[in-house]
Design a protein around this ligand. Structure first.
Ligand code: LLP
Length: 406
């Protein structure tokens, strides 16, 4: 839909996150259709954008949820996702988180180490409830993405090696408290090359075959997330080719494919709106200071990530564009949203639109510098609504105490 960003900024203030739910629907449907003809479940990776309305939106489309903390599991449940569509992953789960996940009756707990398996087994026994599990295999494949979001090499902390996975499956099969139903891999995020995924799927599918030979019948083949999107000029993987690579790897096996996209579903369906406060120069360098900052959108500071930034005002008679660094008010030199961005002279109140901010935007926001987190707005079928209030000072200090005592 055509979104009137100016009107939203006026009504709700800035910085402001805005999401296009119609675009999210379109992304979801395209991926789901790519797997038509296969048994498949899309389990939305909640970490990308965990606003309850976003999760509920995907839930209504039939999506499950990929969660990495009990908080995310409870968010998914609160947003109406059925337990049998929820997966709980992550390298470190507390016993209490495991217990709650088992009580919720989720589809499976994704194990990332032998030690974790023994903990899950113990908690399941204590509860008298068998735990459905999957094992995250680290196929040692280089996903060719940013090192911070690369996860499929042995040098990364994620998953277990093939031999260890086999031993774990055998242990699980023989345990009255563990039911090994799934296998999982996720080699990285923002992937733009298909070959590493194809290779990883092949390695893990071979493992499924060798497990079947020793009586371990896997039912869910979870290929993780990681589909890259366009931030600047990337060539993303076509989801149809992606689906084909996965389905051809498991040919002849009776498996339900689970796919856990986060970024693909939400990144380009979200924007951060921010207003210019003022401009300044330090020597030859031009800075445009805006009211959004690294606490709102951390990706540029953390990964040097590029986000397209667009000036929404009519600036025809303002003069030439020159390169500027768009920075926030936070006391860190790393607090920037765009570098070398050609901008005409700006005025206080001008509106900048930061693109591709729907994934890992709000979810990585913080209260650094005691800044309240931004409000969030959802637009769908021609109308927009507030889905999270702007945080105020009271919200931020609510849990603190004792400061005026002795
Ligand atoms: N499944 C697992 C097990 C994951 O670890 C992740 C992401 C996903 C699914 C979803 O990946 P996606 O489809 O969104 O690529 N904060 C970083 C991204 C971290 C991704 C962590 N894991 C960023 O802003 O780029």
């Amino acid at each position: 839909m055509q979104i009137d960003f100016e009107a939203l900024a006026e009504k709700y203030g800035t910085p402001l996150y805005v999401y296009d739910f119609d675009k999210m629907t379109e992304n979801y449907r395209r991926l789901k259709e790519a797997f038509a003809g296969e048994k498949s479940l899309i389990a939305y990776a909640v970490k990308a954008n965990s606003n309850l309305s976003v999760i509920a939106h995907f839930g209504r489309l039939g999506s499950g949820a990929d969660c990495v903390s009990i908080g995310e599991v409870l968010r998914a449940r609160t947003a109406g996702i059925e337990p049998y569509k929820i997966i709980f992953s992550g390298v470190g789960k507390r016993d209490e988180e495991i217990r709650q996940a088992l009580e919720e009756g989720i589809l499976m707990i994704n194990l990332e180490s032998e030690a974790e398996m023994l903990h899950v087994e113990k908690v399941a026994e204590r509860l008298g409830k068998e735990a459905r599990i999957s094992i995250r295999v680290n196929p040692n494949v280089d996903p060719k993405t940013h090192p911070y979001i690369s996860t499929g090499l042995h040098e990364n902390k994620f998953g277990v090696e093939i031999d260890m996975a086999k031993r774990m499956y055998i242990h699980a099969k023989n345990s009255p408290w563990l039911d090994p139903v799934g296998i999982h891999f996720h080699i990285g995020s923002q992937l733009t090359e298909l070959s590493p995924i194809r290779e990883a799927a092949g390695i893990v599918a071979d493992l499924v075959r060798s497990l079947a030979a020793i009586g371990v019948e896997i039912r869910f083949f979870d290929v993780g997330g990681g589909l890259g999107v366009v931030y600047r000029d990337e060539t993303p993987i076509e989801v149809e080719a992606y689906a084909e690579a996965v389905t051809s790897a498991i040919r002849g096996l009776d498996l339900t494919i689970i796919c856990e996209p986060g970024r693909y579903l939400t990144a380009n369906a979200g924007w951060l709106l921010t207003r210019v406060l003022y401009e300044k120069r330090n020597g030859a360098k031009r800075f445009v200071i805006v009211d959004g900052a690294m606490n709102d959108l951390l990706r540029p500071s953390l990964y040097g990530a590029y986000h397209r930034v667009e000036l929404l005002n009519d600036t025809e008679n303002r003069g030439e564009s020159t390169p500027a660094e768009v920075v926030g008010p936070i006391c860190e030199s790393g607090d920037w949203l765009a570098k070398d961005l050609p901008l005409p002279p700006t005025e206080s109140g001008d509106l900048l639109l930061v693109h591709s901010a729907g994934a890992y935007g709000f979810t990585m926001a913080s209260n650094y510098n005691t800044r309240g987190r931004a409000a969030e707005v959802a637009c769908e079928s021609g109308t927009c609504r507030l889905i999270r209030d702007r945080e105020n000072f009271e919200d931020q200090i609510r849990l603190e105490k004792g400061h005026l005592e002795a």
